[in-house]
Design a binder for this molecule. Structure first.
Ligand SMILES: Cc1ncc(C[n+]2csc(CCOP(=O)(O)OP(=O)(O)O)c2C)c(N)n1
Ligand SMILES: [Mg+2]
Length: 595
């Protein structure tokens, strides 16, 4: 499936008619020209009068190209699409949301992107800051003093420029900051009056190449020396491969590095694939929390190298409990640059014996050169039993069928459901899996899938998201955007007709309080009526298959869906899975909550 032999894979254009020769230039024309100058490929948006000026400029001044608008039916989808795009491409796109209300809708998704350290340029607008220019009522309710405060605690920077030249600078600064590690969303609020002011000639555009993000920081020779000595002399080195890039070179270097050191490697299901999960040095299936077996392997380590591992302190705590961490710890992470007061997504404070405050991709090649090769000390992959159900429709059964029918095919898992067990499918390439939502905000799966599919549209890789029904339903209108713009992708909905994760929590509370566990479904089940998810797909022009209720129907359904997507369709398969998890999602150690 590539753009050449599948024209449907090209994002469908909404082409404006040409207007008369432009005599006047408006503030928003200059802002639009700047977005083009900055190479922003797309703007996912939901419209609003606060940025009707910019909207007009994108359509009539730029011809709706570079950037191209992607209309979304909810601001949360617009941001999730930008997040998915960044996850799969490593590149930033834009999103535009309307005044305070659009930003409020967008806010959870911005939080997800923030926790996921994904770059994006969020543009917003306010009613005229000059009160004399406000239309009665509506411009007043949609004007807030300090609108950026709504998202300031989970964006890297925000600004409300007061002139075109200030807007040029604000946009370049926003892009530069968003793309500097640790990446993240930035927000620029464009005053309606500034957009709608006549400005005479277009102010000359700066050379944006002089305002780009810096080259990755490289650790000092001294720190490489400290870290490589610790690693070379270790008896049981462990690598925690966390947030890394989608680069194939980076991937290969990590593999060479682990092999040279003969170190055990852990990966994390919360973030994108970082190491081949079927490599003999890969210690345990990627998970949200360490399994007891994985915690035991980690505890045997005498040197732990974190490659920007999410929640290093919490992970060490799962292995060492209340005792001091006996291993030496090397931290490779720029993340603390984003640690601030409001959000605790910085996690616990880990003990560190060598601190390389840079991205893993910058440190690994230097460490690879510097470490001494170690002789293998009988480290093998822990043989985690892969839970498989063959007689009931379960997430395990979905995984089994998907694995069988995609054998030898390049697939990108754009999302996985909460009940997914890391042993269900192997990842052998950085684009085999792009990681989860980042901030635990449900409803992101469909948008992330569409955004990742947008980034992958010419790659020949099949984008597949497996989503919980709750997640799917909250973000379901992302489908329309994918259909409308011709962005093929597959969504398999693991439909247990429940916000099941929380049934488990109610069960736990009931047990704790000696109350009836049978009531755990109340206020949780999405049933009577069961929602026809395939019909919700068809309602938006996507293909809808299912409900699939028998294991024997799974394979033909998924094969049909893959064929449809390869043919350019957006396809949803409603799979009625039995409630139950093969994984411990609530994070208490030692319990497998399968039932
Ligand atoms: C925006 C938001 N609302 C509520 C929650 C709490 N929550 C966590 S998981 C979950 C259930 C998700 O349901 P589904 O996607 O169907 O997955 P399942 O648990 O059924 O496997 C809920 C409601 C959340 N994390 N985010
Ligand atoms: Mg569910």
């Amino acid at each position: 499936m590539n753009a050449k032999d599948n024209p449907a894979a090209i994002v469908r254009a909404e082409t404006p008619v040409a207007g008369p020769e432009q005599k006047e230039i408006w503030g928003s024309d200059a802002i639009a020209a700047m977005l083009r100058q900055m190479d922003i490929p797309y703007l996912a948006l939901n419209p609003g009068a606060s940025y009707r000026g910019l909207h007009d400029s994108i359509v009539n001044f730029l011809g709706n190209k570079k950037p191209q608008m992607l209309l979304c039916l909810h601001e949360e989808s617009a941001i999730a699409i930008a997040q998915g795009y960044a996850k799969a491409s490593g590149k930033m796109m834009g999103a535009v949301v309307h005044s305070n209300v659009g930003l409020m809708h967008a806010s959870m998704a911005i939080f997800n992107a923030w926790c996921d350290r994904m770059p994006m340029l969020v543009l917003g607008a306010t009613g005229p800051w000059d009160a004399a220019k406000r239309r009665p009522w509506i411009d007043w309710i949609h004007t807030a003093s300090d609108q950026g405060a709504l998202v300031r605690d989970y964006t890297k920077w925000d600004n409300q420029p007061a002139s075109v030249s200030a807007a040029y600078e604000a946009l370049m600064r926003a892009a530069q900051i968003a793309n500097t590690a640790p990446c993240g969303p930035t927000y620029v609020n464009l005053d309606a009056a500034l957009q709608e002011a006549k400005i005479g000639a277009l102010p000359s555009l700066p050379d944006t190449t002089r305002f780009v993000a810096p080259e990755p920081v490289v650790p000092s020779a001294h720190l490489i020396d400290v870290a490589s000595k610790l690693l070379s002399n270790a008896k049981h080195p462990v690598i925690l491969a966390g947030r890394v890039s989608r680069s194939e070179t980076g991937w290969k270097q990590r593999v060479q590095f682990a092999e040279k050191l003969q170190a055990c490697v852990f990966t994390d299901i919360k973030v994108g694939a970082a190491f081949p999960t079927d490599h003999p040095l890969h210690a345990a299936p990627p998970a949200t929390f360490l399994s007891p077996v994985a915690a035991q392997i980690l505890r045997e380590a005498d040197v732990v190298l974190s490659l920007d591992w999410v929640d290093l302190a919490g992970t060490l705590k799962q292995a060492w409990g209340a005792e001091p961490v006996s291993a030496k710890v090397i931290q490779v992470s720029p993340d603390a640059h984003s640690h601030r007061g409001w959000s605790m997504d910085y996690q616990g404070l880990p003990p560190i014996d060598g601190y390389l405050m840079c991205e893993p991709d910058a440190a690994v090649p230097l460490l690879l050169d510097a470490v001494k090769p170690r002789i293998a000390i009988s480290k093998t992959q822990s043989s985690a039993s892969v839970p498989v159900a063959t007689d009931i429709v379960s997430i395990a059964a979905v995984a089994q069928v998907l694995n069988a029918v995609t054998e030898g095919m390049d697939v990108c898992m754009t999302h996985l459901p909460l009940g997914w067990h890391g042993a269900y499918r192997h990842f052998r390439h950085p684009l085999d899996y792009v990681g989860s939502d980042g901030g635990g905000g449900i409803g992101a799966g469909p948008g992330i899938t569409v955004g990742a599919a947008l980034a992958l549209k010419d790659s020949g890789r099949l984008p597949v998201g497996i989503l919980g029904d709750g997640d799917f339903l909250m973000g379901v209108t992302s489908l329309w955007t994918a259909v409308h713009y011709g962005i093929p992708c597959l969504m398999l909905v693991a439909n247990n007709r429940s916000f099941y994760n929380d049934e488990l929590h109610q069960e736990r509370v009931a047990k704790e309080r000696a109350r009836p566990v049978e009531n755990k479904w109340i206020g949780q089940r999405i049933d009577e009526p069961a929602i026809d998810l395939a019909m919700m797909a068809r309602a938006q022009g996507a293909e809808g298959i299912g409900p699939v209720t028998r294991v024997s129907d799974l394979k033909p359904a998924i094969l049909k869906a893959i064929a449809a997507v390869k043919n350019g369709a957006v396809c949803v398969v409603d799979i009625r899975v039995a409630p139950g998890y093969d994984t411990n999602m609530s994070g208490s150690t030692g319990t497998n909550q399968k039932r």
